[in-house]
Design a protein around this ligand. Sequence first.
Ligand code: FAD
Ligand code: NAI
Length: 472
Amino acid sequence: MSKNFDVIVIGAGPGGYIAAIRAAQLGFAVACIDEWKNEKGGPAPGGTCTNVGCIPSKALLQSSEHFEHAGHSFADHGIGLTNLSIDVAKMLGRKNTVVKQNNDGILFLFKKNKITFFHGRGAFGKAVDGGYEIVVGDEVLVGKQVIVATGSNARPLPGTPFDEEMVLSNDGALRIPAVPRKMGLIGSGVIGLEMGSVWRRLGADVTVLEALPTFLGAVDEQIAKEAHKAFTKQGLKIELGVKVGDIKVGKKSVTVAYTDAKGGAQELVVDKLIVSIGRVPNTIGLGAENVGLKLDERGAIVVDELCKTNLPGVWAVGDVVRGPMLAHKAEEEGVAVAERIAGQHSHVNFNTIPWVIYTSPEIAWVGQTEQQLKAAGRAYKAGTFPFLANGRARALGDTTGMVKFLADAATDEILGVHIVGPMASELIAEAVVAMEFKASSEDIARICHAHPSLSEATKEAALAVDKRTLNF
Ligand code: FAD
Ligand code: NAI
């Protein structure tokens, strides 16, 4: 006997579980299927984000930042410490607890919203009258509407598979049992910088090898330059413009042969190698071929701007479709799709999706970069304000970086806001709201911001667009 649902969601990452909750709120009978297992084989909903992504990486970033502060900046505050040590097993245990709290939270939300959860792999069986058969283990479900939110997997280097012992994806990078003496990372993108920071702070000698000649090419150049300066000062070795060659994986070390930017042959020998060169959409075992669900050449599910696939009643959201691979993007798409199924006209504004890199200093931005505006020939005004001139940043003892505003030269509409510095991840929210409301830089400049707060740097950067900063 099949079980019938209005909406079946495949995948319980941020795209899937949020879509399921919104669909249930709208009155639909909803099933959500997820195959992730915890170490006891039980369900661990939350996807990459909760299990091996956003949440555990931020837990380790926090622990390692505490360690770095204790070792390097407590003394400035007059706080003395002797015999500082790090218990990596305890740190990883705390991270695991944080992950479990999130897994349990999602299971609770499924119950609260009367969503039927199935633990296992969901695959398309066939199209049936008025919907689709989805097979989970021995069970056959029928959904009038199906939302696919199967996420993404780490991309390995050709010829060097992840063994999660010596060559690590994000999964292994989040559970290294002891601080490696020497660590290599391939790819200085978001994961490379976040994971590199964690293990560097804990004492590893970290080298990052990046193929592109520019550092953080998608980030505003001025901000990327400032970040590069800060990371280098901290001791993170970042080599740009390299070509990675042969990789030899031994029992105790990994040897990476590469050509440096000047064409010189180099070799890097490390205890652990993290490969963070991007992620690939995941449709493994989904049975897309059983129903003719269209994928592109990268394996992503092809969708239109509304997340509709080529099949009527089948939608796809999150990392498995085009667009930035971000948890909050997946969530927004999940909500919008559930609402569209209910006949609503929801919209996701791709121009106001914020990006955050949780290093220290943090990097956050929304909207367009200066190089994008130049390339588009758009007339703009720029204003920057350094945290060095912000009272709260001085009191915190963290004055690296700046806030930068880019506004239209004629209308003053904010086109982009870029931050490198303390709590950039929180500060960017104001810029997102401003851009959603099509605010001008003058609007932000005239809003009262609490003193002393880091947000005053945002106000001052807005004032700087019109060359009238008050504190710099
Ligand atoms: P996923 O989270 O990947 O979830 C997909 C789920 O579907 C998984 O549970 C999977 O097991 C399940 N699944 C797949 N196929 C099937 C099937 N056939 N049947 C049943 N279940 C299936 N983003 C941010 O916004 N902020 C961050 O700070 C951040 N940090 C990150 C750190 C790291 C180390 C990594 C790797 C990623 C990070 N991301 C971050 C990206 C973020 O994790 C993803 O964008 C997000 O998880 C995508 O959500 P999703 O729902 O599309 O897919
Ligand atoms: P990424 O796309 O951010 O960075 C990959 C980097 O590897 C790029 O700089 C690329 O030029 C480089 N690269 C590619 N091939 C290479 C090669 N052969 N040799 C050397 N360098 C090479 O991908 P990453 O870091 O793997 O992260 C994947 C995605 O996960 C991110 O794009 C992001 O969407 C998401 N994520 C988000 C986070 C956040 O929001 N804070 C944190 C971590 C991941």
